[in-house]
Design a binder for this molecule. Structure first.
Ligand code: ACO
Length: 324
């Protein structure tokens, strides 16, 4: 019997770097404000590439040298898909020529990659499928209200993902705890479709990109996400004792520091690259995974013990305990 394992990773970022100083030229903000509150210094903003374009570049790297017919599924985690339909995953499938792969998107906002990875692991664990791509990809720049400095400075575009295969002799996915609370969903929302239905009554909200209650989201991250991590680790004391690193969603460094304090997990264990990309939503956890593998901090196949944690709109949050 073989178990699912991450065997490859890849990332792709739009080349256009936008620094805090660049933003301060087009809106009333400053490097000092953004850096001190978020740790973000720069982000990538796509000038032409769509979410599917970014995800496709990741997919191409993940399948290099692999027979494309052996890919059983493609899951893309995104909340900024190019179309209502087809899904971003179907666009990627077409671009890769992965004609044996069933494809679907997972929308769990900034928790998207963690939820998608959990979903993919279940497909593989069922024994029905052997190999799949899980990609987090976002063009947050298309969803932002660029007149709203309180959100526009926080986000960025990017994509990253993994090849997941039934190749491990021992379990790698040790445990997980996924959560949602739709009753608090309007703490962070973005209206999508312009409804031209001629019979329709006026909208309750106007459509103006993303709206966020920053304090509510900060409190949520602090309370619920910390509780989630503590609960899952307490359930797995042996894993917890040997925990090497936390790969938590990169929303901002103050949130990570606060979660570290609350969970009593050393701040050095919370890896971070928010400095370079801002909050890339569903792409943030896999981007961090790839960057740390490139740096040599994390090594696939090493049995390092990590916790992957996502949290975001929905509200959605959750963690997976993983042996690399
Ligand atoms: N530049 C300059 N000033 C700004 C900016 C900006 N970009 N944005 C807002 N301000 C002003 C506001 O207008 C406000 O001014 P006022 O006091 O005159 O009304 C003031 O700054 C607010 O400042 P603070 O109260 O110091 O802001 P706070 O410490 O709450 O930090 C922040 C705001 C960073 C958004 C914080 O609430 C936060 O981190 N929230 C979490 C949100 C988050 O990361 N969401 C990510 C998306 S969801 C997710 O991924 C889970």
């Amino acid at each position: 019997h073989l178990y699912p394992q991450i065997t490859r990773v890849a990332k792709y970022l739009p080349s256009n770097i936008v620094t805090n100083d660049d933003l301060s030229k087009i809106m009333d903000t400053s490097d000092e404000w953004i850096t001190s509150r978020t740790g973000i210094k720069e982000r990538r903003i796509s000038q032409q590439e769509s979410t599917a374009d970014l995800a496709t570049q990741v997919g191409l790297k993940l399948i290099e040298g692999i027979e494309i017919e052996t890919i059983d599924f493609i899951i893309v985690a995104t909340m900024t898909g190019d179309y209502g339909t087809p899904s971003t995953a179907c666009l990627v499938q077409s671009n890769l020529g992965a004609d044996q792969a069933f494809s679907l998107d997972v929308n769990a906002a900034c928790s998207g990659f963690v939820f998608a990875l959990s979903t993919a692991e279940k497909f593989l664990s069922s024994g029905k499928y052997q190999r799949g791509l899980v990609i987090g990809a976002e063009t947050m720049s298309t969803m932002l209200n660029w007149e709203d400095r309180s959100t526009a400075v926080l986000f960025g575009d990017g994509a990253a993902g993994v090849l997941l295969e039934n190749t491990s002799k021992e379990p790698r996915f040790i445990d997980e705890l996924l959560r949602s609370d739709g009753t608090r969903g309007m703490a962070l929302f973005a209206k999508k479709n312009l409804n031209n239905n001629p019979f329709k009554l006026p909208d309750k909200e106007t459509s103006e990109g993303m709206k966020m209650d920053g304090k509510k989201i900060f409190d949520f991250a602090l309370r619920d996400v910390s509780k989630n991590i503590i609960e899952l680790l307490e359930k797995n004391p042996d894993f917890s004792k040997e925990l090497d690193y936390c790969l938590a969603h990169q929303a901002n460094s103050r949130i990570l520091e606060a979660i570290s304090k609350k969970t009593k997990i050393a701040n050095e264990k919370f890896l971070s690259n928010v400095h370079f990309y801002g909050n890339t939503s569903a792409a943030s956890v896999p981007l961090l995974l790839v960057d740390e593998i490139e740096k040599g901090t994390l090594v696939l196949g090493s049995h390092q013990k990590v916790i992957m944690t996502g949290y975001g709109a929905g509200l959605t949050w959750g963690s997976i305990l993983l042996k690399l």
